[in-house]
Design a protein. Structure first.
Length: 186
């Protein structure tokens, strides 16, 4: 893990609306107070990304296991030790052993994964490797487990993977630009 190069901002130094999101995320989402203290440097990220993550958990748009598999998959691909370490306990609660989390990317013959789990990991890898060329064959398979919204929007699993992919790639890019190494918001 790298040391944060950005000053942590406490919620007490924020407008009320942002402070509420900050404390809600830090207090209820997981052990991410230091992450939200860095994200607050970009108020739109705090307002929209953190709120989206909270809402996805609360309304259970995706089963928690699916969301955590997507997060850990993209985090492992980005080699983000911070995110993997902080999301592993959530995946363990969802029934994947710590050793199973370690080998998430070896999904094809993973003994702890069912077909849906394998598809989530496969989709995460596909979105990460070639975001503009995700194989068409994945979408009918995803729809077997995840339906589109009634207004035709993309299925939630694919959306979650793509959002995480973009957030982490940007964080990694910023870290490399500053230090010559990959970094996340820790």
């Amino acid at each position: 893990m790298t040391v944060s190069r950005v000053r942590n901002i406490p919620s007490s130094g924020l407008p009320r609306d942002l402070a509420a999101i900050y404390e809600r995320f830090a207090g209820g989402y997981g052990p991410f107070r230091n992450q939200v203290a860095v994200f607050v440097h970009v108020p739109a990220a705090l307002r929209h990304l953190m709120s989206m993550l909270i809402e996805m958990r609360e309304v259970a748009t995706l089963p928690k296991r699916v969301l955590e598999l997507a997060i850990v998959t993209v985090s492992k691909l980005n080699e983000c030790a911070y995110c993997v370490a902080h999301h592993t306990p959530f995946l363990v609660v969802e029934g994947v052993s710590p050793a199973g989390v370690e080998r998430v990317l070896d999904y094809r013959d993973h003994p702890e994964f069912d077909d849906r789990d394998k598809l989530v990991v496969e989709s995460g890898i596909a979105a990460w490797e070639q975001p503009s060329r995700i194989p068409d064959a994945l979408f009918p398979r995803l729809r077997e487990y995840f339906s589109e919204a009634s207004d035709g929007r993309a299925d939630p699993a694919h959306y979650a993977v793509r959002v995480l992919q973009q957030v982490q790639r940007r964080a990694r890019h910023r870290g490399r630009a500053r230090s010559g190494r990959a970094a996340c918001s820790n």
